[in-house]
Design a protein around this ligand. Structure first.
Ligand SMILES: C[S@@+](CC[C@H](N)C(=O)[O-])C[C@H]1O[C@@H](n2cnc3c(N)ncnc32)[C@H](O)[C@@H]1O
Length: 302
């Protein structure tokens, strides 16, 4: 049972209330188009995730997201090997895929997201879990930037920030505030768009203007149609050293399947699926493949 565990002291927004069931999720069915290749101004600023939630949730079962979540889960399991009942904070937990997996694995997880629709999906999934898992995951509504005001320093053993930094104009303040929340020996897990491979996706789509832009800029439009920003491993390595959470390990995520269509589903043949994941898993940890992955999973240790 879970006696003995209490969530870290919480002075921020209240516990998220489960919204009413039914109806269409706001944003579903619009904004889900891939704008790569359309003639328009290329972004000079990153934006925010607002407006992307509907398309993001619609595609959760697709091949691209499936590969992303499976790879990240394997990599996290590797990094957390030998660590039990960790206090985990998942900033921008969204639909809660990784938060739920970690709670099932016995960790005590706080998931925070600023989007009520994404949190509602996470809450719905959590409601399906057995009581002991439900007791290990709390979902909270709030802006990750405020975490330092809600939680004391060294409150968590593991902090995740996946798919969030690309929507911030500068990742460093968020990384610094998350680093302060880590206990000594704690792990910081970041999932970012890989700037060193930014031209590959538009080039594969035949959008040469965007491909050329990618050599000059860290700004791009993602497959949700949102203005976003990419990070270089070298820059993150410097930032992590500066906040005393030096780089421990890094992986690529989605080397072979990044250019799959948005509506491509994972193979139904179990053997094919296992081989696909094995190939992505090998590429994720092998040079030079991992260097050109669409996403980088960067892990620092305090
Ligand atoms: C691309 S989704 C990723 C969800 C999840 N982390 C994953 O990797 O599957 C990004 C999520 O981050 C949330 N988000 C973006 N900026 C945030 C912020 N400043 N504070 C809290 N959540 C944020 C969005 O609402 C969205 O649910």
């Amino acid at each position: 049972m879970d006696s003995g565990w209490a969530p870290p002291h919480w002075e921020g927004p209240g516990l998220y209330a489960v919204p009413g069931q039914g109806g269409t999720l706001p944003g579903q069915g619009d904004g889900g188009h891939d704008r790569i290749g359309q003639e328009r101004r290329l972004p000079s600023r990153s934006g925010s995730f607002a407006g992307g939630t509907g398309a993001w949730l619609e595609r959760l079962g697709g091949l691209r997201n499936f590969v992303r979540q499976e790879l990240v889960a394997r990599q996290l399991a590797e990094q957390l090997a030998g660590r039990h009942a960790q206090r985990v904070l998942d900033i921008g937990c969204g639909q809660g895929t990784q938060a739920l997996r970690l709670a099932r694995a016995g960790h005590y997880v706080t998931g925070i997201d600023s989007d009520p629709v994404a949190l509602g999906v996470a809450q719905g999934a959590l409601a399906e879990e057995p009581p002991e898992v439900r007791g290990r995951l709390q979902l909270l509504s709030g802006d990750g930037h405020q975490c330092g005001r809600w939680f004391g320093p060294r409150s968590f053993d593991v902090v995740l920030c996946h798919g969030v930094l690309m929507y911030l104009p500068d990742p460093d303040p968020m990384i610094a505030s998350l680093a302060r929340l880590l206990a000594p020996g704690g792990l910081l897990s970041l999932l970012v768009r890989n700037r060193d491979a930014l031209a590959l996706r538009p080039a594969a789509a035949g959008d040469w203007r965007a491909a050329l832009h990618a050599f000059e800029s860290d700004r791009y439009y993602n497959r949700l149609g949102l203005a976003a920003r990419a990070d270089r491993l070298a820059d993150l390595t410097v930032t992590l050293s500066e906040v005393s959470v030096p780089l421990r390990h890094w992986y690529g995520v989605r080397v072979f399947t990044d250019n799959a269509p948005d509506d491509a589903a994972p193979p139904v043949d179990g053997r094919q699926l296992a081989q696909l994941l094995e190939a992505e898993d090998r590429a994720a940890r092998t040079d030079p493949y991992r260097q050109v992955a669409a996403l980088l999973h960067v892990v620092g240790a305090k």
